[in-house]
Ligand binder design. Sequence first.
Ligand code: GLN
Ligand code: ZN
Length: 758
Amino acid sequence: MLTSVIGFPRIGANRELKFALEKYFRGEIEEKELDALAKKLRSQHLSYQKEAGIDFLSSNDFSYYDCLLDTAVMCGIVPARYRELSLNEKDTYFAMARGYQKDGRDVKALAMKKWFNTNYHYIVPELEDDTQIKLSSTKVFDEYEEALASGSETKPVLTGAFTLLSLCRYTGTKKRDDYLEDAGEVYAEVIEGLKKKGAKWIQFDEPSLVRDLSGEDLDFFKRLYQKILPAKGDVKILLQTYFGDVRDAYEVITELDFDGIGLDFIEGKQTLNLIKKHGFPKGKKLFAGLVNGKNIWKNRYFETLEVLDRLKGEGIDTVLSTSCSLLHVPYTLAAESKLSGEYKKHFAYAVEKLEELKELALLAEEGEENRKKDESYVKNVSLFNEGRDCRDEEVQERLSKIKESDYVRLPERKVRQQNQKEALKLPKFPTTTIGSFPQTSDVKKNRAAFRKGEINSQQYKEFNREKIKRAIEWQESIGLDVLVHGEYERNDMVEYFGESLSGYLFTEKAWVQSYGTRCVKPPIIWGDVSRKKPITVEWSVYAQSLTELPVKGMLTGPVTILNWSFPREDISIKESMTQIALAIRDEALDLEANGIKIIQIDEAALREKLPLRKSDWNREYLDFVIPAFRLVHSGVKKETQIHTHMCYSEFTDIIPAIDNMDADVITFEASRSDLLILDALKECKFETETGPGVYDIHSPRIPSTQEILGALRKMLEKVPAEKLWVNPDCGLKTRGEEETRHSLVNMVEAARLLRKEA
Ligand code: GLN
Ligand code: ZN
């Protein structure tokens, strides 16, 4: 059986691309050096796959920032404001991704959004009415040829035209239909071009097909590909889907002239049924996504082979594939020098998944008798038969005792909000930040030195206390109303909590790209989770001891902790999440008992795992996610103010659920998106006090006071004055100190001016 990989991570096993890009952005290296490193990484990634014996390797899965942005650029989708900067191709691209503020020119970055149900972010391309879609980049050809020159025949990968046009933002009056002809033409030209260069297969990624699709969507898809596919001639086209099943589109896509169809058998709950019900067309290859591209647990060979046997039984020409791009898992277990073999044997990162593909493909060709004699099979079966040591009786006991009333905070919010106004005595339009302050190199060095044992815990703490002290003094000096301690002790917040909770495993090198140059290192939920001792209390109490102003306790909520971890596959997400909620509840109550009056429980990732299909929203997510959050804070006193923070404001469609989290205040990203969310909040009579971010923290650009004031005035049209908070979009850890200082000074000043006029 042949094997295929949808895409490979590109940031580098040691995040080489990240560091090189950052150097390039700081002007420390030339374009040539950056390109050379990129080339080296591409070749390295292909050789992992070649060595493993994978048959369908991808090219063009590399990107300097984001593949969707690459595809947009390929189609010439570059808004005028970036073209007008008259930069070279690469810097125009980076200006779109990161914004541009130099030589008196000042352009914001394009919006960024979560890529389907992952923690990866894509750049949202913008289509203007006068955008002329035409083939405008040679990247896909170059990377195909580069791979070929080094001896790898690859399938070039592109985001498909349907997904591209579905994810674009349309800034004028034109709609996707108006671009069908031109977009179709570009893709047809790409096929022609690749054909000339000798490509045998081309992969179009169309994850938008796993969403709810209307008849109109399907018709659009059909017309688009009727325009594209005639160009193919001898080249074979693989339509690749992932992140779910294609229940609405199955019939349409199987009728079109694709040569291969890639379906997700991991997240696609109905994939097998669809095949059973409608059959799979003869003469086409099914790329069966059976090796999980998102999680790090070893594949259960027994179950996978069962599916492969069934497909074989149906006479389907099957290629074994990953369920999605391996972009979402770390590189290799070989880099985990500290994790013991007892744990490691249960995991597979990207490189190990290549081996799994190969082993499974070989096993799939064997009969049952031979499989039982095969070492890889025997080893895998016994691994799962052995079981794991992951149960904690105390946690189980506590779970069984949760009552309905544990999910309800009293008195009701309206009453509490009054109590809190009296207790906290905050001014109108209170100013605050989201929690983290710039993680300057000294902060990182201190943490690293402690980790490596170069300094002791006393020294480590002393340094952070000094940082906290300065942060508090500085926040007081610029006039912020609600302070934070700065989160200097945290690298990635979820990793931080994971490390302090039992039931968690942490890794050394399990980096996964989150956006552009940013990576996260999701911890692994190994077993039942509990909190053995206070985690954040000491820092918060110290920070609060330095000031009369309230300092927010800073926690990460159970939904985000779970969504940004590699979850267990042996118990339900709901059960794992409830365990985490109980652990964080203990922490919230401890903070309160130690004099912390405001506690922020970040739920940055709440929206991102909302199922892609509406019919699954409640039953498969909101029905247990919202209660998990409530369980964390239902035990605090009425005067204690509970904040939550969510990255991204795309919760227009679940506003009642967000209000139902029953937080007292919510801050969220708003500056990069339009403020339509505020209309919706108004319409739904949103009760939670609201801090829509007044400036974008994803870019180094400094907003002026007037600009922030303008944003606030607009917000005030929608949010009642007594409910409006003033804060940036998100935490400031990725920003520099200088820019942060200027930005916050301007923000506080804007709030002052607003108080005068409103
Ligand atoms: N409190 C966190 C911070 O400020 C929130 C981060 C996030 O939302 N991603 O960094
Ligand atoms: Zn955020």
